[in-house]
Design a protein. Structure first.
Length: 339
């Protein structure tokens, strides 16, 4: 390669062009000094070098940043599915074999299933997207917290609904989400004991059926429903309170179903309910994947003050990093509601 960026090649080797590259050539005249033909030897081989050369300009193919981002995000959801299915298999092995329960510093329960599932998920993410940091629940508990300020990042809850898991209710889920500019853009929620998963990506939410071999057997597009005159609400099985009851009374809610874990977001996304109020403490990894599914299905998650719930909340004066404020999830749009 010359100092001016041109590649100097023998003329007889310029016929083949590497795929994906454009070429521009210019012929250089040979010097009149001592070059007619020059014979050089390499080992026992001799060959002649022609005195006319071609300068080869290699022009990289044009690429679209938007196209590249779309391909990355498409690949990302495939990685999420593989990671969630493998993690779900590990969780069910523990679930069926028996396990002990420990308490973390915040007195929340943790099991071997949480730890195994998180290790599997992080291995997939680090292999396929080594440049994107991950905030994962058990790693945060261990003090391993990468700096994600101003960056896109993953949020991982390897086993949401640990209380459901411990009490042998099948509503626990695996949760993985990708956060960009504070918004959950891509997510998966997988309930391995129920054989169902939900995914969200820009413009599309789906329900996936998963068989006993942890293979996806069907994919169906889902969307929120238009709100009826009387709403159906979802509430956390373990965290209902007086403020929740007051919200339900103030907003023409005729029925309420209690269910654990992030499945509440998914039932809204599927059009089986209309609203999920949460007036209790949650962390971002609890909500991000389900929120991604809900938003992709046409719903929204807002704070009690009415603004969209955002992610990557650090340096909070009133709470810990990644803690959520109270929020309300809506399926179809409804106006004039009270928070």
């Amino acid at each position: 390669m010359r100092s001016d960026g041109r590649y100097l090649l023998r003329k007889e080797y310029t016929a083949g062009r590497p795929k994906g590259l454009s070429f521009r050539t210019a012929v250089a005249k040979p010097s009149r000094k001592r070059y007619g033909q020059e014979s050089r030897g390499i080992g026992s081989l001799n060959f002649a070098i022609a005195t006319s050369y071609i300068f080869l300009y290699i022009i990289p193919p044009e690429s679209s940043g938007a196209d590249s981002a779309r391909k990355t995000k498409k690949h990302m959801l495939a990685t999420f599915e593989k990671a969630a299915l493998e993690a779900g298999k590990a969780i069910l092995e523990v679930y069926r074999a028996g396990y002990s329960v420990a308490l973390k510093q915040d007195m929340s329960p943790v099991t071997l299933a949480d730890e195994r599932a998180e290790h599997i998920i992080l291995r997939h993410l680090e292999r396929d997207f080594p440049h994107i940091p991950a905030i994962a629940e058990e790693q945060v508990s261990a003090g391993k917290i990468p700096d994600v300020r101003g960056r896109a990042f993953f949020l991982v809850d390897p086993l949401d609904g640990t209380r459901e898991f411990i009490e042998h209710r099948d509503e626990f889920t695996v949760n993985i989400a990708y956060i960009e500019d504070g918004i959950p853009v891509i997510g998966i929620v997988y309930a391995p004991a129920l054989g169902v998963a939900f995914t969200g990506e820009p413009g599309r939410a789906r329900k996936l059926m998963v068989d006993k071999y942890f293979a996806i057997t069907s994919r169906v597009n889902i969307a929120v429903r238009e709100p009826p005159a009387k709403l159906t609400a979802l509430a956390s099985r373990c965290n209902s309170n007086a403020k929740t009851e007051g919200f339900l009374a103030d907003n023409a809610v005729s029925g309420c179903t209690s269910i654990g874990s992030s499945l509440k977001f998914c039932l809204l996304a599927e059009g089986k309910a209309d609203v999920y109020p949460r007036f209790g403490r949650t962390m971002e990894w609890d909500t991000a994947a389900g929120d991604a599914v809900l938003r992709a299905a046409g719903g929204k998650t807002v704070t009690a003050e009415g603004g969209l719930l955002t992610y990557g909340k650090t340096d909070q004066s009133a709470d810990a990093d990644f803690a959520n404020p109270h929020f309300i999830c809506w399926g179809g749009q409804k106006h004039g509601v009270s928070a």
